[in-house]
Design a protein around this ligand. Sequence first.
Ligand code: AMP
Ligand code: MG
Length: 421
Amino acid sequence: MISVDEARDRILAFFGRLPAERRPVLDALGQVLAEDIVAPFDIPPLNNTAMDGYAVRAADTAGASAASPVELTVVADLAAGYVLETAVGAGQAVRIMTGAPIPPGADAVVPFEETDEPPRGVGEAPARGSKVRVFKAAEPSANVRFRGEDVAQGQVVIPAGRVVRPSEVGVLASLGVVEAPVYRRPVVAILSTGDEITVPGEPLLPGRIYDSNAYSVGAQVRKLGGIPRLLGIARDTVEDLTAKIREGLDADMLVTSAGVSRGDFDVVKDVLAREGAIDFWSVRMRPGKPLAFGAFEAPGGRKVPHLGLPGNPVSSMVSFELFGRPAIFKMLGRSDWERPMVRAITRDRVRNSDGRRFFARCIVTRGDDGRWYASLTGPQGSGMLTSMSAANGLAVIPEDTPEALPGDEIGVIMLDWEHAP
Ligand code: AMP
Ligand code: MG
């Protein structure tokens, strides 16, 4: 038997970052930037106003107060998106909307609230030459956003290697970028095997079960940023299995489920061994001891890594979480595949008598005392997928810990921590 860590190290050694591509910025969400993003211009491109109000010469408003307002002549009305060429002269003001460039001559903006700006209907401009009274002196630069204050032309705005999040998507768009240079998403071909496995949508014959593995693992792949490609179900015959595997060899990774455990009826092991260079491992973990890993040779000689997951639905998900997830991250160019872990107090007794690392499905909640508490989701059979569905974490009971008792502190891998549990 090998340890979880050794299995992961051996698997990860096989994977590398995929080539870069250009993707529409919104589609690049979750991908990693392959190049520094350099600003082609300043942001904001011009000095502009942060407030709706009047662009003025600050000096004109010196000494203004409610008791002795300064009266200015309104010479123009300027919306965002338009540029005023004529300068604001002494005693003049330009009515101006947030985002509009500060007209030449003006150096400050007096918000409407500090004037006698009358209420107006939408689109109702003040009469040219009308007067506005200013009740407060403006400092020079008041309410002015300066050209380049966010981003200066030539600056590296986002460095290569950064994961694209919604804020990066926004920054890229603000720079006018249409397609972002990112490392390609891995295509993961997923094949279910077994004579008993039926595609959802088809009638369920006696003795058969629906394929859940392809869907749960496909969803894991998609959530991690990969592209799942379901190959369907291979019957337990050499011919069918060989043909279906070949269909998956244009992918970046092939994932199969079932047929890798000892004493199987399946022909999966024979075919895998014959068609590729595959190792069958017993990994010191529960659920999911049997695991296969190796490579198939695609036409042209390219090596396609193959992860052979155990058939039991929980085992296949947990094994993919531990071994498939880091592989996908590595192909995406990400190294941050470690999940957040919390130290939680177990409410249940968790037994772990066979010297393996036990990943127990549990629900983590915060107690009134502010500490984290973990409760098992119920029976831990590796065929019970609903127990996985009820969980938000996997409690990790180490190989050398035969049991954890209620009140003991245990480590829990948080599976879904993008939001508060
Ligand atoms: P095996 O690894 O072939 O011995 O399968 C172990 C268990 O997992 C058996 O009960 C199978 O019926 C079940 N199983 C295998 N493949 C799937 C699948 N794609 N979806 C749901 N259960 C499966
Ligand atoms: Mg089987």
